[in-house]
Design a protein around this ligand. Structure first.
Ligand SMILES: NC(=O)c1ccc[n+]([C@@H]2O[C@H](COP(=O)([O-])OP(=O)(O)OC[C@H]3O[C@@H](n4cnc5c(N)ncnc54)[C@H](OP(=O)(O)O)[C@@H]3O)[C@@H](O)[C@H]2O)c1
Length: 215
């Protein structure tokens, strides 16, 4: 059976994966770019942008695991666009005509619309359903490959709460945001169902891996 994976989800020390006040001008609200500075410096990220160079240490080792073996992504409405994107029939995500997914993407939303085919193999499908239904559809579209739950925190939390995630990599960044959307709320005693390991990088990022215990 293919796996359900989370990669490179960045949180602050106080557990926020996005800031307060998300908008078209500020996709991460008041957090700005601070949650992702560790990621954009990596060779993995540079290569995705067609740029040379980038760091090849601990951050890159985690970051580059984002792609291999993935056949479909599930994301939340809050990742797909700023608040209110559902009112714009022309909104096709943040990522331009050739998005970096190159696979089917299932956007969980209470206001679904017709699928949109983009360049480069990405097709956006819009789905109002349970997490399990989203996984079933993504799995059917992924040709046996793994499913990535790409965020944001509300959706990742939903999937973790239902025990549907096999593996998650969370990058904890040494900043305090104070407000926004927290990942961990309501996930009490997650350590009973996931083996949690920690790798601390010299950069100050703490990488957490959650691996589902044998069920
Ligand atoms: N830190 C990171 O690594 C990271 C990664 C990805 C994204 N982000 C950021 O996180 C933010 C988005 O996260 P978020 O927590 O606000 O939102 P989100 O998790 O992307 O999406 C949550 C929304 O998805 C819809 N939804 C969720 N479950 C559903 C279901 N079962 N059925 C139907 N619809 C469902 C609902 O939207 P509706 O009710 O409106 O339809 C819900 O409000 C953005 O700022 C983004 O930039 C951060």
């Amino acid at each position: 059976m293919s796996e359900v994976r989370v990669h490179n989800l960045a949180i602050s020390l106080d557990g926020f994966a996005t800031g307060d006040g998300q908008s078209l001008e500020a996709p991460f609200g008041h957090a700005g770019e601070r949650l992702h500075e560790w990621l954009v410096g990596t060779r993995f990220f540079h290569a995705a942008d067609g740029l040379p160079g980038g760091t090849v240490g601990t951050e890159n080792a985690f970051a580059e695991r984002h792609e291999p073996g993935i056949g479909a992504e599930i994301m939340g409405a809050g990742k797909f666009g700023p608040p209110g994107w559902q009112d714009d029939p022309e909104w096709k995500g943040w990522w331009g005509p050739n998005p970096p997914f190159h696979s089917p993407v299932f956007v969980l939303t209470h206001r679904p619309r017709a699928s949109v085919e983009m360049e480069g193999g990405t097709t956006y499908h819009f789905l109002d359903g349970t997490p399990q239904e989203a996984i079933d559809q993504a799995r059917a579209a992924a040709n046996g490959a793994d499913i990535r739950v790409g965020g944001g925190p509300t959706v990742v939390r939903e999937f973790l709460a239902e025990g549907l995630v096999d593996y998650a990599h969370i990058a904890q960044v040494p900043i305090l945001l104070g407000r926004g959307v927290r990942l961990w709320d309501g996930l009490e005693a997650l350590e009973n169902t996931y083996d949690i390991e920690v790798v601390t990088s010299p950069s100050g990022i703490t990488h957490l891996t959650l691996t589902a215990k044998i069920r």
